[in-house]
Design a protein around this ligand. Structure first.
Ligand code: SER
Length: 646
């Protein structure tokens, strides 16, 4: 079964069960300063899980483009990828455990034709300290679902990962009531929030116990991963294919847990993983979207994917090019910071590994990596229209080739540095690190060249340097997360409302054709990119600032409404550049005085935008607005950064 079939079946299955099919959000998160990329289907839906009404109702489903940078170094085995599509369905205070677990089980077994005897599940053991009970309800539901397929599912007490490798499948056989299939784990395995376990969650973050489904490939256990095998063991026998999160708790500022206004379900399952289970094939790179890229690489390199000397490289190229294609389509460009750096790293690693399997990085006629991207575009363009246009094709293939060429030059430069070190007969860990960080010269190449020439290289020393480097960047990203969530959500919400006022003010001063071309809001400042091709004068900037501050002092109500898309378009509501909207949309209007949800009075409103929120209720909640900076970011695009002085 291929990816396109599975995606369509899943969406149709949940549509038939009353779910609205909503579009995937961008890989670049909107108004979420906590992560560089969208990494799960629930991320763009956080405001709704926290209680905002969703314009499409209380049952939603989609396939969300997701990217997890933390998995880059894992790519190369048979199951890790950086980019993946997450199939999701959500209940916003609608159905709960019984429907969710039986629907997903029904989808796997009845729609996908997966043998239920190969399925194992996990449930939450409970957390007394935080007042979260043991999830006996889910265990009972699973027991009945398996019984419905003639399977007597035993329940096994596991606990932590370490307990798993101690008790594992052996205890599953000795429970007395059937073979163990339903495993209780603690919060390290069966609790989900964006920040991880209950302890790691900042105040204001939603989370809850979850129940995962695993597919058993039946491969023998590898004792390297622990004495006993169990569903959460990493040996490769079991693969997690879906996670139902019962999103019902909210971490309070006191540190304890309260209930969310509604009990939600947040389900996510990687479509590629479901394909692996449906095809009973433990190699994710056999899934059709990768298989075609790999066939092309085999053809041009003359090497075989099954050759263990090259397999890892084939996988890295196939994964990285797919991720890069989607990132480029969502507006990311290779750069040395943030998202652009991740993209650059993907493309350079892909180029390096393509070279390893014997494909030159800078072909005269056409870039091989661009041709791989063309395959990806072809596979996905029907489901993701951002890949479908001629312009997108041209931009993606050209950007990839450009980066490849630039990397080629870096390698030439890095080679010169390498030669200097090699002339001395040995390379220290710190020197190899310097080649990598300063000259972009990959460590794997340094090692390979050193070995070829019989030069001494301190690999251990490099590993230590690398660890230091990673710890530094990890500390950076933890910092980023810590500051990010609810304690500061109030700050980002205020800046978000100011962002609407600012866009309107820019249109009043510069002209109505000025449109937003990008935005980013953190707790400290807002940023807006817009089309304008000259430096703004100090007078224009002062005028814009005055208009915004004037509206703030007028204490205008901020009103949210849900409308059919066509109606919102007729109102002239601002749309976000490049965003696909569902049939029912949420719109925020600011002003006039006295406007309410019942009587929004759009024709007198100061600003109307397509927007999911959240926003403040009244502009009086905002501080004094100040523009910090106005600068060019690209031809015809200017950027403004602004803050509140108080
Ligand atoms: N949020 C959960 C996950 O990412 C389920 O969607 O696994």
């Amino acid at each position: 079964m291929n990816i396109n079939e599975i995606r369509s079946k899943y969406l149709a299955y949940f549509k038939a069960r009353g779910h609205a099919v909503i579009p995937s959000s961008s890989l670049v998160p909107q108004n979420d300063p906590t992560t560089l990329f969208t990494g799960s289907g629930m991320q763009p839906l956080v405001p709704y899980l926290l209680g905002e009404p969703h314009p499409e109702g209380t049952r939603l489903t989609n396939s969300q483009k997701s990217f997890r940078a933390e998995d880059i170094d894992e790519v190369g085995d048979n199951r890790h990828t950086t980019f993946f599509e997450m199939l999701g369905n959500w209940s916003l205070g609608d159905y709960f455990k019984k429907e969710q677990l039986s629907w997903f089980f029904g989808f796997l077994v009845d729609e996908m034709g997966i043998d239920p005897k190969k399925l194992y599940v996990s449930v939450f053991i409970g957390d007394e300290k935080n007042g979260v009970p043991r999830d006996t309800e889910s265990a009972e539901i699973w027991k009945q679902l398996f019984a419905g397929k003639g399977i007597d599912a035993g329940i096994v007490e596991i606990g932590s990962e370490a307990d798993g490798s101690r008790l594992g499948m052996r205890s599953a056989h000795s429970t007395g009531s059937g073979q163990g299939r339903i495993f209780y784990y603690d919060a390290s395995k069966n609790w989900w929030s964006r920040a991880g376990t209950p302890e790691n969650m900042p105040a204001g973050e939603p989370g809850g116990p979850d129940s995962e489904v695993f597919f058993d490939f039946g491969t023998p256990h590898d004792p390297k991963y622990g004495a006993e095998c169990h569903p959460n063991c990493d040996c490769g026998r079991f693969l997690e294919i879906g996670n139902s999160v019962f999103m019902q708790y909210l971490k309070q500022s006191s540190g304890s847990f309260g209930l969310l206004p509604k009990q939600n379900v947040d389900f996510g399952g990687g479509v590629e993983r479901i394909a692996m289970a449906a095809n009973n094939d433990a190699d994710i790179f056999h899934v059709d979207v990768f298989a075609d890229t790999i066939a092309l690489l085999e053809h041009f390199s003359g090497k075989q994917y099954d050759d263990s000397r090259y397999q890892r490289s084939f996988r890295i190229v196939a994964d990285h090019i797919r991720a890069a294609t989607f990132m480029l389509a969502d507006g990311v460009r290779p750069a040395n910071t943030d998202r652009g750096y991740v993209l650059r790293r993907l493309l350079r690693r892909a180029a390096q590994h393509a070279q390893k399997i014997g494909i030159e990085h800078d072909q005269k006629e056409e870039s091989m990596l661009s041709r791989c991207a063309a395959i990806i575009i072809e596979k996905y363009k029907q489901a993701y229209s951002e890949l479908a246009s001629e312009d997108a094709y041209k931009m993606i293939t050209e950007e990839i080739w450009k980066e490849e060429k630039q990397f080629g030059r870096t390698l030439v430069h890095g080679m010169r540095e390498f030669e200097k070190l090699a002339a001395r007969g040995h390379i220290t860990g710190a020197e190899a690190m310097e080649l990598f960080t300063t000259h972009g010269f990959p460590f794997e190449m340094t090692v390979e060249l050193a070995h070829e020439r019989g030069i001494d290289i301190d690999e251990e020393g490099f590993a230590i340097e690398m660890k230091k480097h990673q710890e530094l960047s990890r500390a950076g990203s933890e910092q980023k997360f810590k500051g990010g969530l609810a304690d500061v959500s109030e700050k980002t919400t205020r800046l978000h409302t100011a962002h609407h006022l600012l866009l309107k003010a820019l249109q009043m001063v510069l002209g109505p054709h000025v449109k937003q071309r990008g935005s980013n809001i953190t707790q400290e400042r807002l940023r807006i990119d817009f089309n304008w091709d000259a430096k703004m004068t100090p007078e224009q900037l002062a005028q814009v600032e005055n208009i915004v501050n004037q509206r703030i002092s007028e204490q205008l109500p901020v009103v949210r409404s849900t409308l059919p898309k066509a109606e919102a378009e007729t109102l002239g509501a601002e749309q976000e550049f490049g965003v696909k909207y569902p049939e029912q949309v949420s719109v925020y209007s600011i002003g006039p005085e006295g406007a309410t949800e019942v009587k929004p009075r759009y024709d007198e409103a100061f600003s109307i935008e397509f927007c999911g929120g959240p926003h403040v209720a009244n502009t009086s909640e905002l501080g004094t607005f100040k523009i910090l900076k106005e600068e060019a970011v690209a031809t015809g695009i200017r950027r403004i950064k602004a803050i509140f002085l108080i």
